[in-house]
Design a protein around this ligand. Structure first.
Ligand SMILES: [Zn+2]
Length: 229
């Protein structure tokens, strides 16, 4: 059962189309797994529609998200309107991997459009794969923790949203299962540990750290890289 949800402010921004698109991606993934928030979103949609009339034009980020969602809905309509069985599609490269077999549609679409995943080993417990979203304000990535794996204790320099997509993990505050949506603020320190029975896969969306430019930046930026979740 899902116990952690985006708050009403974030759902309202999502409904109004004013949430940055990387965060919209995380909210959308959660919505696809959470009937409770889908209902809440419908309630807020009416308010969001009214707000949209008064708000500034959509940012490029939001437009990109709308394009992605539009493609998904368009394909859904095509599938629904086709009377015959759809032609066999090429097998996605990750289909043999049970951890990636049942991703929320919006995430599956993003993975399919960005090509094969490249996993980077962060530690014996953690592998990460960055998802190319074409924007640099947020880093969007999969974090994959092995069974019983312990991730090094870390804090957050920017806001970080985590959505559990497979398996579960725990920290000192509780246990988080598929669909759970967690928002960490700068200064939050935690140490995730995957449960023993299966691997854990999370989507993480991390606010980019301040980037130092120029020659100094070239020297320093490698040390400002994102920390693993
Ligand atoms: Zn929810």
């Amino acid at each position: 059962m899902i116990r952690h949800h985006p708050d009403n402010n974030m759902l309202l921004e999502y409904a109004a189309g004013s949430l940055p698109w990387a965060l919209s991606l995380a909210v959308s993934a959660h919505l696809q797994l959470c009937p409770q928030c889908r209902q809440q979103r419908e309630n807020l949609d009416r308010i969001g529609g009214a707000l949209l009339c008064d708000s500034a034009p959509q940012s490029v980020d939001t437009a990109a998200f709308d394009q992605l969602m539009g493609r998904i809905e368009h394909e859904d309509q095509q599938e629904a309107s086709s009377g015959e069985a759809a032609p066999a599609k090429p097998r996605p490269v990750y289909s043999s991997d049970p951890v990636l077999a049942d991703l929320p549609k919006v995430i599956r679409k993003l993975v399919t459009s960005t090509g094969p995943l490249k996993w980077r080993r962060v530690s014996s417990a953690l592998r990460t794969s960055r998802l190319n979203t074409g924007q640099d304000r947020y880093e969007v990535a999969f974090q994959r923790i092995c069974r019983g794996g312990k991730v090094a204790e870390h804090d957050h320099r920017g806001r970080e949203v985590t959505v559990v997509l497979y398996g579960s993990f725990s920290d000192s505050e509780g246990v988080y299962r598929r669909g759970d949506f967690l928002l960490r603020e700068p200064g939050d320190v935690h140490r995730p540990i995957a449960t023993q029975d299966q691997e854990c896969l999370c989507l993480s969306v991390v606010e980019a750290p301040v980037k130092v430019t120029g020659l100094l930046g070239w020297l320093i930026n490698p040390f400002l890289s994102f920390r693993p979740a």
